[in-house]
Design a protein around this ligand. Structure first.
Ligand SMILES: NC(=O)c1ccc[n+]([C@@H]2O[C@H](COP(=O)([O-])OP(=O)(O)OC[C@H]3O[C@@H](n4cnc5c(N)ncnc54)[C@H](OP(=O)(O)O)[C@@H]3O)[C@@H](O)[C@H]2O)c1
Length: 429
């Protein structure tokens, strides 16, 4: 007879992550009881289609339901776990569960990025926990790291590879010479990318996660709608190859740094020097580099998705909620205020720029002049190999204001020696 205190769970969503969580609850039962000092009882699991065959069997005694109120309104349930995904019904489910005084655990980055404020406010008012370790970088414990482990730091910057699908595509293009369409089809065949991969390859999934990391690192709300986002949909193998020749790998990064004028943040494909750890993160892995004024540089690397890694993160939140300690849900005691944001045009970056030009004299001279007019200078240049659509001319630009680079490129766009619009990517210094 088990004499441990019982903590009762209700789960909404029994797909990839829900299945991983249920597997961990059963497989690691002894470790969980030893660590948390309680016995977890999964009372209810809610799904859309109860007739579907599941990869994981439910524990004996767990009830399968199609009604979300069987979790939110059941007074026996201490912790409600939301693993459905999307904005509704998860938003209403979480609000109702918090209203009923339950702790809530979720992996839902889209919801927390777009509507997190009202959820955190209600959780604070009700004195319950709203935990979300699995919402950023799957199995990597970055939320807890920022919230607890780095509480002694003034955070200077956070940058990360936060989307495994995009990283897999870029890695395949770089290491195996695939073009974008082939690498994407490959990611879909392996189950990394959704049938509609837009959220991943257009950078919005990374942006959702970056909004959450900014909250935890700086204690401010950076409105999702104001985040500059550039994805990898139009990535050309040619640019991956030129980047390699200059000694860089292209990575889709979520980045934020503290400046005197406020936070500079965004999601962009970035050329990262091949010797940096972030450049070496391959395949579907995720990684985050955090710079704090006490710890210096910290690097986290691991599996950013999948049933068991993500289930592991969800389980860590359940254990934390069951242990009953009560840190602030956002990581900060004070209510969050809106971030001071450096307008994206005023940010400063080095650039990689590729032009497709007609092979004629005077082009480099004209380009140099147009760039210089806006105070932008060239660090390196290569011109190579004629193609049907012209000759690629690649410039590496010294750090400059984003608006100045854009203005120079706008001026160059009108030049008659250009065969196609210029391609520009940021370079990590
Ligand atoms: N997959 C990953 O590796 C990963 C990593 C990090 C974070 N996440 C996040 O984790 C969450 C879950 O992702 P997932 O990949 O596990 O999703 P999934 O495999 O699509 O599973 C979703 C589950 O939610 C259930 N569901 C959906 N709408 C429902 C509704 N209206 N009422 C009741 N049940 C409903 C589905 O029921 P049926 O089974 O009956 O259809 C299914 O069991 C998402 O927020 C996602 O962003 C996922």
């Amino acid at each position: 007879m088990n004499s441990l205190r019982k903590v009762t769970l209700g789960l909404a969503g029994f797909g990839t992550v829900g299945g991983g969580l249920v597997e961990i609850l059963q497989k690691n039962k002894a470790e969980l009881e030893a660590r948390a000092g309680c016995q977890f009882v999964l009372k209810t699991v809610v799904v859309r289609d109860p007739s579907r065959v599941r990869a994981v069997a439910l524990p004996e005694g767990t009830r399968l339901s199609t009604s979300l109120s069987d979790v939110t309104d059941d007074p026996d349930i201490d912790i409600a776990v939301e693993l459905m995904g999307g904005i509704e019904p998860p938003r209403s489910f979480i609000l109702r569960a918090l209203e009923q005084g339950k702790h809530v655990v979720t992996a839902n980055k889209a919801l927390l990025a777009e509507a997190g404020e009202e959820l955190f406010r209600l959780a604070g008012k009700k004195g319950v926990r709203l935990l979300y370790e699995a919402s950023v970088a799957g199995g990597i414990p970055v939320i807890q790291t920022l919230k607890e482990s780095l509480a002694g730091n003034r955070i200077q910057s956070v940058e990360g590879i936060l989307n495994g699908t995009s990283n897999y595509i870029l890695s395949e293009m770089s290491s195996n010479g695939k073009d974008f369409a082939t690498a994407l089809a490959d990611a879909q065949a392996r189950g990394y990318a959704e049938a509609d991969p837009s959220l991943d390859i257009d950078g919005h999934d990374t942006a959702h996660k970056l909004v959450l990391l900014i909250r935890l690192a700086f204690g401010v709300d950076y409105p999702y709608s104001q985040m500059p986002v550039q994805g990898i949909r139009n990535m050309d193998s040619m640019d991956i190859e030129f980047a390699r020749e200059f000694g860089y790998r292209v990575k889709l990064l979520g980045r934020v740094r503290r400046t005197e004028k406020g936070l500079e943040a965004g999601v962009f494909p970035v050329l990262v020097r091949h010797t940096y750890l972030l450049a070496r993160v391959g395949g579907a892995f995720n990684a985050i580099r955090i710079e704090g004024n006490a710890i210096g540089s910290l690097f986290l690397h691991g599996l950013g998705a999948g049933a068991l890694p993500t289930g592991s993160a969800v389980m860590s939140d359940i254990v934390a909620a069951a242990r009953g300690t009560m840190p602030f849900n956002t990581g900060f005691a004070a209510p969050l205020h809106t971030a001071d944001i450096v307008p994206p045009a005023d940010a400063v970056s080095s650039y990689y720029v590729r032009f497709m030009i007609k092979d004629q004299p005077g082009v480099l001279h004209a380009l140099t002049g147009d760039l210089a007019e806006f105070g932008v200078s060239i660090a390196q240049a290569i011109q190579k190999g004629e193609r049907d659509d012209g000759v690629p001319l690649v410039l590496m630009l010294h750090a400059a204001r984003v608006q100045d680079v854009q203005s120079a490129l706008d001026k160059i766009a009108a030049r008659d020696f250009l065969n196609a619009p210029a391609v520009a990517y940021r370079v990590m210094d």
